[in-house]
Write a protein that binds this ligand. Structure first.
Ligand code: AMP
Length: 378
């Protein structure tokens, strides 16, 4: 294959947050150029890529953005599907707009899983809050009530444990399309990241164990501790099935609950994912570079882990650089964002030879500003 055509060509990314920034950073060594589209003048990727500012429904701005691009991708799954479809008439958009459309709605995402025979928590859609009582009867308590759209980092969710909670939820979530899910008393949360190229070739990263607090990812361990052979095979098969069903190109993340040895699919993200940030130094080729390779039609790179990796999110505040860099096995990634409560402003990656060493290094960051004090198993 001749890849010269893609060299020095321009890649467009809808959304200029940290994911867009890290995508651009991983593509520059390949000689690619980047243009982002983001309504905010403060978009972190705007520090290092051409920035077209505009609203996602501003077709004149979108037309300026797409001019001369070889391929368009997105780093933000709430990009309107119409925007992706509009751009797709001028340059290929990957992952395909239908993947974006499916992942934007928790109901269509869970329905796809169900259609493919992938286990999920029990769920029931609600078109009005009046239907809540009926859905509770079907799914049982405890349950999690979620908005179907625009929820992220645990926002737009309420755990219902008692009939009084159900009453209260009426007031809380009035006016949105909702889904009720059975509460899964999971052993742990795992995610898989798959990458599919334009030619249909696919590779998978090892399952990652994720620790959340208040619905926000705090810590990822890659590979997830324990014997992964059976789970890895199952997760890869699920991810491949979903990618094939959506004619997928790029990185796809699927989040699971592990419960009684089974994997229950919770949600998917049609983009590079926070639970794959460890791969920047922890894998032979990172999720960001592999996403760029996939959408550009280049050969995919190795997903092999170098030893044991971990990622600690920095949330709400940043330490001084000397704190992470005082640990020789740590890598600091600061996103150039102003700290604010609950905002992801950076992460620390750790790569060690053994899982015990990894746990030791994580412990050293227990009191680091932005890090939630979490003690994972080795
Ligand atoms: P989500 O936005 O669906 O990823 O939910 C955010 C977090 O809430 C998840 O990572 C879980 O920790 C928790 N959660 C969501 N849905 C459920 C569920 N059905 N059962 C138990 N915990 C859940």
């Amino acid at each position: 294959m001749n890849y010269n055509a893609i060299e020095s060509s321009w890649i467009g990314i809808l959304g200029g947050g940290q994911l867009g920034r890290m995508l651009a950073l991983s593509g520059y060594p390949l000689g690619l150029r980047f243009r982002i589209f983001d309504p905010s003048p403060l978009a972190p990727a705007g520090h290092l890529a051409e920035h077209v500012q505009g609203a996602y429904d501003d077709t004149a701005a979108l037309d300026r953005f797409v001019e001369g691009l070889s391929v368009v991708s997105y780093e933000f799954e709430n990009v309107p599907v119409q925007t992706a479809r509009h751009l797709n008439q001028r340059a290929p958009v990957y992952p395909p707009p239908q993947a974006l459309e499916t992942a934007q709605d928790r109901l269509s995402e869970k329905t796809l899983f169900q259609k493919l025979g992938v286990e999920t928590p029990p769920f029931a859609p609600l078109f009005s809050l009046e239907e809540l009582t009926e859905a509770v009867a079907r799914v049982g308590l405890p349950a999690v009530l979620k908005t179907r759209r625009l929820g992220y980092d645990g926002k737009g969710q309420a755990v219902l444990r008692t009939p009084e909670d159900v009453e209260r939820a009426h007031a809380l979530l009035r006016g949105s399309e909702l889904i009720l899910e059975g509460f899964v008393p999971f052993e742990r949360e795992l995610s898989i990241l798959g990458v599919r190229g334009r030619d249909g070739a696919s590779v998978f990263y090892p399952l990652v164990e994720n620790h959340h607090r208040d619905g926000i990812l705090r810590l990822s361990l890659a590979p997830a501790p324990g014997d992964l052979r059976v789970l890895q095979q199952r997760a890869e098969a699920i991810c491949l099935q979903v990618m094939k069903a959506l004619d997928y190109v790029g990185v796809l993340a699927i989040e699971f609950f592990q419960h009684n040895g089974r994997l229950l699919a919770n949600e998917m993200a049609p983009r590079v994912h926070n639970s794959g940030h460890w791969s920047m130094e922890g894998a032979e080729v990172s999720q960001f570079e592999n996403h760029i390779r996939a959408i550009a039609g280049l050969p995919l790179g190795s997903t092999r882990v170098r030893g044991c990796a971990a990622m600690l999110n920095l949330i709400g505040e940043l330490p001084g650089l000397s704190q992470p860099l005082g640990e020789p096995r740590a890598h600091a990634h600061f996103y150039g964002k102003a700290p604010a409560p609950g905002r992801k402003v950076g992460h620390i990656n750790i790569v060690t030879e053994t899982a015990d060493e990894r746990a030791d290094v994580i412990r050293k960051f227990a009191n680091c500003p932005g890090v939630y004090d979490i003690q994972p198993r080795a």
